[in-house]
Each structure stands twice: as structure tokens, then as C-alpha cells.
Design a protein around this ligand. Structure first.
Ligand code: SF4
Length: 348
């Protein structure tokens, strides 16, 4: 496979240039074309000698993916389905909000963790993404929309912390001030609760946002919804989250998808508030994006409000998120899965 440039650090591009007998200072120029100017063609890189551009074009890849499908919702939320070089597909979502533009990236093709409410889980894990394939989702969308991303959330397909090394490398590249320049505080890593990886990330002290998918406040319900809870139950997960807060000095965000009749009762809300009381934390309540294959629905607006009120009354900061992008199947894995089903149907 040819080197994927978007996943190389400046030092690695220097190494490549030096192995070609080229001056190392060109690495900075190449890097800026890739990450600052979001170049999509070597012809744009007019401060590089033609011969060098031709060699890069012949021996490396400027983009590791290409778009297969793009769907925009009326609120501007736009979903992309990308094809990777080996034919696998992943999804990303652009979420505009005023001056901000957030890209939600995938980190794996599929996922092994089997959460019941997740369309991605239905496909199982195919493979980890490489750092370039993560970074290129942001580059491609920013270039396509002519709008730079201000925020990146690792909440697409896959468990980012199960692909720790490539995710960590992508983080460094996305953050680099001479490139895409996404501030740490504008990056969110979402995890289903891989305790050793949360501790490993906490040890690095990066002041990004950690979002932990909780979705239930008792082990029985959580294990049923998220089988990973069998390995890392709440009594191990919560101390790891507290360690994160101590080491990084930032609050943890707990994600809680409200599913009608599953985890949205008043006693669920009370249990949740007891579980995280006294912790520097924030709760994001998310009405479930309906998934036709599973047949679950979001809680009613009245139940959502009542759940939020219990947390607020206990002094826990809470946000009740709007459901966005349901018309374009924005929940992770939905577009890819529909496409696979369509392709399969055609093939049959
Ligand atoms: S919700 Fe996230 S961790 Fe769970 S199966 Fe889906 S992609 Fe994997």
C-alpha cells in the first residue's frame, strides 16, 4: 500500500523526503498544503518543484478515501458515506451550529462491542481505521463544504479507544496548530467504557472532552444494552472516570440515550443521579434516533423532560439534546447499513 500522507506527522514526511534525497524543509510545505490549505490535487502545490509533485502523485496517496454518497438534512446536518481503498465503507457527519461546524468521525469499520441500540453493531467489526483515514474524513468534508471544521467528535462508527494507537495519532495531527488546528477543548472522544484505555488516555493529560456512553445506571440494564459492561461494570467504570477528572481537570460527559420503556423511568433517573453525585460531570440526554431494524423508539418529550428534571433537582448539569438528522439516518452506521442492504438486494 502506498503511504497515506494525511496520517504522517511532519517528521515522517521529512524522513520520506530525505530518503528521496530531497531537502527536509519541503516537509513543512507539503504538510501545510495537506492540512492547512486542504489541497485535493498536487497541481495546486505551486511552491513545490514539478518533479517532486509528480513523485508524490506516483508514490503516495493524497486522500485515503472517496465519497460514495452525501445526504443533507433541512437543518444542514450532512451525512457522508466514504469508500476506503480496500472497498470498505465508513460514515461521517457534518453538524453545523451557528459559527461552529463539527465533524463526527468514525474510527473503525463496524464495531465489535455489540451495543443493542446501535446500527453499526449489526455489522460486527471489519477492521480498525488508520490515522489517515480518520483525519481524511475531516479534510474531505472541510474541503467539500468550503468550511473549516471547528470541532471534531469521535462518535461515529467504532469504539475509538479500541483503536487507541491510530486514534491517538489522528488526535495529534488534527490538533497540530500549523494544520487543521483543532483545539483540544474542541475535540470529544466518546467511549463505551473501556476502563484500561480511559486510564491510559487520562495519563496523557490531554484537555479534551471525554464522553462516556452510560445509557443505564444499573449493571443489569447496562449489560443488556452494552455487553462491554460485563467486562467493565459500573463499579470499575465510575472510578476510572473519577481518575480522568483528577488527572485532566475537566468534567466527564455522560451520554444517556433515552429509549422508550427501557431506561427512561423516574427511578432510572434517580439511580443515575445517585451514581454520579458529587462528581465533576455533565449528562447529555439523547432521544434515540429510531432504528427500523431494532424497532425501538425515543422516549416521549414528556418523559424526556421528567428525566432531565430529576437530574437538575439533584444539582447535576444536564442537556437534553435535539434529535438531529433523523431524516438522513444520522445515527452511526445507519447509512452504511442501508447501502449494504441495497447492494445485497441488487446482487441477489
Ligand atoms: S454504540 Fe459505539 S461502541 Fe457500541 S456498538 Fe455502536 S459503535 Fe460500537
Amino acid at each position: 500500500m502506498r503511504p497515506l500522507l494525511a496520517g504522517m506527522t511532519q517528521a515522517e514526511i521529512e524522513e520520506l523526503l530525505s530518503s528521496w534525497g530531497e531537502p527536509r524543509y519541503r516537509a513543512r510545505q507539503v504538510w501545510e498544503w495537506i492540512h492547512r490549505h486542504l489541497a485535493s490535487d498536487w497541481e495546486e502545490m505551486t511552491n513545490l518543484p514539478r518533479q517532486l509533485r509528480e513523485r508524490f502523485a506516483a508514490e503516495t496517496e493524497l486522500y485515503s478515501l472517496a465519497v460514495v454518497e452525501r445526504r443533507a438534512a433541512s437543518d444542514g446536518t450532512t451525512k457522508y458515506l466514504f469508500r476506503l481503498q480496500d472497498g470498505e465503507t465508513v460514515e461521517s457527519v457534518w453538524i453545523p451550529a451557528g459559527n461552529r461546524g463539527t465533524v463526527c468521525v468514525s474510527t473503525q469499520v463496524g464495531c465489535a462491542l455489540g451495543c443493542r441500540f446501535c446500527a453499526t453493531a449489526l455489522s460486527g467489526l471489519r477492521r480498525n481505521l488508520r490515522a489517515a483515514e480518520i483525519v481524511d474524513q475531516v479534510r474531505w468534508i472541510s474541503h467539500d463544504l468550503r468550511r473549516r471544521a471547528s470541532n471534531v467528535v469521535f462518535m461515529g462508527m467504532g469504539e475509538p479507544l479500541a483503536n487507541f494507537v491510530e486514534t491517538r495519532k489522528a488526535l495529534a495531527i488534527l490538533h497540530e496548530p500549523t494544520g487543521l488546528n483543532i483545539g483540544w477543548r474542541h475535540i470529544t472522544i466518546s467511549t463505551s467504557g473501556l476502563v484500561p484505555a480511559i486510564r491510559r488516555l487520562a495519563a496523557e493529560g490531554l484537555p479534551l472532552t471525554l464522553a462516556v456512553s452510560l445509557h443505564a445506571a444499573d449493571n443489569k440494564t447496562r449489560t443488556w444494552l452494552m455487553p462491554i459492561n460485563r467486562h467493565y461494570p459500573l463499579e470499575e467504570l465510575l472510578p476510572a472516570c473519577r481518575e480522568w477528572v483528577e488527572r485532566v481537570g475537566r468534567r466527564v460527559t455522560f451520554e444517556y440515550v433515552l429509549i422508550d420503556g427501557v431506561n427512561d423511568s423516574i427511578s432510572d433517573a434517580r439511580r443515575l443521579s445517585r451514581l454520579i453525585s458529587g462528581m465533576l460531570a455533565h449528562v447529555n440526554l439523547i432521544p434515540l434516533n429510531p432504528i427500523p431494524e431494532i424497532g425501538w423508539r425515543a422516549s416521549s418529550p414528556a418523559k424526556q423532560q421528567a428525566f432531565a428534571r430529576v437530574l437538575e433537582d439533584s444539582g447535576i448539569p444536564v442537556t437534553l439534546r435535539q434529535e438531529r438528522g433523523a431524516e438522513i439516518e444520522a445515527a452511526c452506521g445507519q447509512l452504511r447499513r442501508r447501502r449494504l442492504l441495497e447492494v445485497t438486494a441488487v446482487e441477489v
